[in-house]
Design a protein. Structure first.
Length: 362
């Protein structure tokens, strides 16, 4: 199958699906398909209308096998940034994305979509894994910040950025156009909402100095809609508490804070059978949920998230659609057997439109 034929096939499948879901007449879909076919024959590609771009992005969220939060797929706010042609222009869009998605703590699921790949020498690529993330430093065997950010932090420093060397230095945006030298842009301090962790029952918990940023904005995945690939399409929902309390702050290869929490709680850490890890994990997750809610920042606990996913499954069944999923990602990293997802099975079938992982540019 030629590239042109393959693209037309993907476009036709997307148009038929999306136009039917949008309540358009079959004749309108056929007319659009013929127009797309002509455009592909003439230029080798085609351009999505804003309505197609918006619905395609929503479908990509609905098809995201690793996401437990898909109940809200139709609420996604889609921002069209396809006209941006320079890293500086892209940075303005990204900072605005952070402000509007954060929304003072009442987080709005948002995606900003930049131009598709038509010319590798001109396309924009965001180097960040997330638009907001903490730097990582290692010197003389001592680790500061987020170990997951070591490589990217080194790239930022090579470009001229300098952090404070703390555990919570916010990294800059790094954007590259084609094969040009990437450019970095610091985030305005007031754009990044952070939550300092406290505990509703454990005295002096705040002395541990733990905090996390409010909005997870994934920025290193590509978006594919009807055969068109958008290499820069950062998107966000809100955090599930365990992403912070059981992974980011707890994983031994990340912030590894469970020993410090256990010490603060006075737990016996001399033997695993004391279950100090589990008890520290519970209290750290309690602190995350309590602190975010006290600060007025959107967050969901893993039990509520699982219940929402059950409603998503029911709605998809009512619509005559099968639910695909990656079980290893859908189960929460804390008390997974207490959710229905643990006892269910899902086909990990990839459906388009979709978000795809792509090779790191560095």
């Amino acid at each position: 199958m030629s590239v042109t034929t393959s693209l037309l096939h993907e476009a036709e499948r997307f148009i038929r699906t999306s136009y039917a879901e949008l309540g358009k007449a079959p004749a309108e879909a056929e007319t659009r398909i013929r127009a797309i076919e002509l455009e592909i024959r003439q230029s080798g590609t085609y351009t999505h209308t804003e309505e197609e771009l918006t619905h395609g992005a929503k479908l990509a969220w609905r098809n995201s096998n690793r996401c437990i939060g898909r109940l809200f797929w139709d609420s996604l706010r889609v921002r069209d940034a396809r006209a941006a042609s320079t890293p500086a222009q892209a940075a303005v869009h990204l900072v605005d994305h952070i402000y509007t998605a954060t929304n003072g703590g009442k987080i709005i699921p948002t995606i900003t979509i930049f131009a598709p790949v038509t010319d590798e020498d001109k396309s924009l690529r965001i180097w960040n894994h997330q638009l907001i993330r903490y730097a990582g430093y290692e010197q003389d065997g001592r680790m500061a910040g987020d170990p997951a950010s070591l490589d990217f932090t080194s790239q930022c420093r090579a470009l001229g950025w300098r952090g404070q060397g703390s555990d919570y230095d916010v990294l800059p945006l790094v954007i590259q156009k084609g094969n040009a030298v990437p450019e970095w842009f610091p985030l305005p301090p007031d754009a990044v909402l952070e939550v300092e962790l406290d505990h509703p029952e454990v005295p002096d918990f705040q002395r541990l100095g733990l905090k996390w940023y409010a909005v997870p904005i994934i920025s290193d995945m590509s978006l594919e809609i009807g055969g068109i690939r958008y290499p820069s399409a950062p998107f966000n929902g809100w955090y599930m508490g365990t992403e912070i309390g059981s992974r980011n702050l707890a994983d031994t290869f990340r912030y590894n804070k469970l020993p410090a929490v256990a010490a603060h709680l006075g737990l016996d850490t001399s033997r695993d059978s004391s279950l100090w890890i589990d008890r520290a994990l519970l209290e750290l997750n309690t602190a995350v949920l309590y602190s975010f809610k006290r600060s007025g920042v959107s967050i969901v606990d893993h039990h509520t998230a699982a219940s929402q996913f059950r409603r998503f499954e029911e709605r998809e069944q009512d619509a005559g659609r099968s639910v695909t999923g990656d079980w290893t990602w859908l189960i929460p990293p804390m008390s997974p057997a207490s959710t229905h997802i643990f006892h269910a099975a899902y086909e990990n079938e990839l459906k388009s439109p979709m978000f795809r992982y792509q090779e790191r540019p560095y």
